[in-house]
Design a binder for this molecule. Structure first.
Ligand SMILES: N[C@@H](CCC(=O)N[C@@H](CS)C(=O)NCC(=O)O)C(=O)O
Length: 218
């Protein structure tokens, strides 16, 4: 029995759940997983057992409940300072925190019109007003990170960090909707897609039986 329990939604649809799940897998932090399928009649009551916001993900550790994906990442960074969940270098760390916060608070057009849906192939769909602007900002962030901080590996800051966990769901959205990317963004996306943990998540998502129409109609 691990000391951590992570409560998540459907792997096929829950982009916010993927962030801490992937972070913990990448850093070999063992956890028990509780999966609550979203938007079923009993979903809300089940989620409220763990989360005061009624939303997943939630991390439970030492009887504390941490109920927001970025807060979970921050908590883990604080709990394991030697693992460098954020980059060690101060300039890189500032940048990583800013783009993680930007991901958390922005890109509503992309989120609304290109819902995460691992098993679907919807090329050309979802390109509503404002979506290209979000895509352009995201790819410009990725390009800047790779150029300024990425020399030591193929992730945004070389090695995998919280910033990659925050942007991984976007990579899956771009794959589903067949978004055309510049060479640097494509190569970064390929690096994320080739992570065994991402492949494990996508495979599990594909095997899920729940079908949520609101996330299928783009
Ligand atoms: N700010 C939250 C947002 C989480 C969120 O919106 N979760 C969605 C699933 S991806 C959810 O729990 N929805 C259930 C509901 O709204 O009933 C976070 O980052 O953890």
């Amino acid at each position: 029995m691990s000391e951590f329990t992570l409560v998540i939604g459907n792997k096929n649809y829950s982009s916010w759940s993927l962030r801490p799940w992937l972070l913990m897998k990448q850093f070999n932090l063992e956890f028990n997983e509780i999966r609550i399928p979203l938007y079923q009649p009993e979903s809300s009551a089940k989620i409220y057992q763990y989360s005061p916001s009624g939303k997943v993900p939630v991390l439970i550790h030492n009887q504390e409940h941490i109920w927001d994906s970025l807060a979970i990442c921050e908590y883990l960074a604080e709990t394991f300072p030697d693992l460098n969940l954020y980059p060690k270098d101060i300039k890189a760390r500032i940048f990583a925190r800013c783009i993680s916060a930007e991901m958390h608070s922005s890109f509503q057009n992309l989120r609304q019109n290109m819902s995460m849906n691992c098993r679907a192939k919807l090329p050309g769909k979802g390109m509503a007003i404002g979506v290209q602007k979000d895509i352009d900002r995201i790819t410009s962030i990725w390009g800047e990170c790779r150029q300024k901080f990425g020399a030591e590996g193929n992730m945004l800051f070389g090695e995998f960090t919280i910033a990659d966990a925050m942007y991984a769901p976007v990579v899956l959205r771009f794959m589903t909707y067949g978004v055309e990317l510049d060479a640097v963004s494509q190569s970064y996306s390929n690096a994320i897609l080739s992570l065994p943990a991402i492949q494990e998540w996508v495979e599990a998502g594909k095997n899920e039986q729940e079908f949520i129409p609101a996330f299928e109609n783009n």
